[in-house]
Design a protein around this ligand. Structure first.
Ligand code: ASN
Ligand code: ZN
Ligand code: CA
Length: 331
């Protein structure tokens, strides 16, 4: 059935729901197989796929469009819609049928924990868990790039399975930031506009950014021998910066009202190939060439191989992949 959702982050939207035998509607997506549940504030470490309760509603009109809403269905509107958008991005861009490419739908929990300012993917429960934010500045963690990031952890674990520590952990996190961002560009929403800022809606003004990751005070802009000792959400900076440079090029640029200024570690000028090509290269690298122990040097080789497969070894795309790696000190 086609429901109406009053979302927190993207205005009024259509929701794919299912009418049950008793006549009420449920947040069961009949197209993609996802279901959305209320965790009733159970903590992330205690949840499993059978926890919580499925959202149901009599008139198929959901939520009140407010952040920090007392209507528990409001966060569910964004979560249900953004899980669908992420599925649609992977399907229409790469022909991928769900997280494991086997058609299996995921469970999405909202209202996990108490003031839990986070979200996460769990392979064991095949679910996404989202918290309500910190109760003051950060609202519910159900915006599109956040949901795309978490679902992408499932895609990564079903493909390259990048080990979640050291440089491979940074690549795992960068992969989630890259595709979380690309889902936003795919959706092209006029309220939550596409950008290279991560979790900008649910962690204002942003949690991470790709043009110059070090602006968060923690992340790496370029590779160094010690980068693998950083937290994986900060060693990801090298991959995120590569992605920005490969997409948009170096220097200053204003896109959808946000000004970016992306440096290069070697003083070079990089010319971008657009984020769709950069993402296609990363996806092929992830699904064909990367393994659980791939490091940044290996990611360079994997993306060059992918660029050669997709565009040829003498293409401008191949040259930009190499130039962007050199610009983040990976040779
Ligand atoms: N939101 C975080 C992430 O996806 C949760 C975590 O640190 N595992 O990386
Ligand atoms: Zn992550
Ligand atoms: Ca964003």
């Amino acid at each position: 059935a086609a429901g109406t959702g009053h979302s927190e982050y993207t205005g009024d939207i259509t929701l794919d729901t299912t009418q049950q035998a008793n006549g009420t509607f449920a947040l069961i997506d009949p197209v993609r197989g996802h279901i959305t549940k209320d965790a009733h504030n159970v903590s992330s470490s205690s949840l499993n796929s059978s926890s919580g309760t499925l959202f149901t509603d009599a008139d198929n009109i959901w939520g009140d469009g407010r952040k920090f809403s007392t209507d528990r269905a409001t966060a569910a509107v964004d979560a249900h819609a953004n899980t669908a958008k992420t599925y649609d991005y992977y399907k229409s861009t790469f022909g991928r049928n769900g997280i494991k490419n086997d058609g299996r739908g995921a469970t999405v929990f909202v209202h996990v924990g108490t003031n839990w300012d986070n979200a996460q993917w769990s392979d064991s429960c095949f679910c996404m868990m989202t918290g309500d934010g910190n109760g003051t500045v950060d609202p519910e963690q159900v915006d599109l790039d956040t949901m795309g990031h978490e679902m992408t952890h499932g895609v990564t674990s079903a493909t390259a399975n990048l080990r979640y520590s050291g440089e491979s952990g940074g690549l795992n996190e960068a992969t989630s930031d890259i595709f979380g961002t690309m889902v936003e560009w795919y959706a092209n929403n006029s309220i939550d506009k596409p950008d290279y800022l991560f979790s900008d809606q649910s962690t204002p003004p942003w949690l991470r950014r790709m043009d110059k990751p070090s602006l968060d005070g923690r992340s790496a802009d370029s590779w160094s021998k010690s980068v693998g000792r950083l937290d994986v959400h900060n060693s990801s900076g090298v991959g995120n910066h590569w992605f920005y440079l490969a997409s948009e090029g170096s220097g200053t640029k204003t896109i959808n009202g946000v000004t970016y200024n992306s440096p290069t570690s070697n003083g070079s000028t990089v010319t971008g190939i657009g984020n769709q090509k950069a993402a296609a290269i990363w996806y092929r690298a992830l699904t064909v060439y990367m393994t659980s122990t791939t490091d940044y040097k290996g990611a360079r080789t994997a993306t060059l191989n992918a660029a050669k497969d997709l565009y040829g070894a003498t293409s401008p795309e191949y040259a930009t992949v190499a130039a962007a790696w050199a610009a983040v000190n990976v040779a």
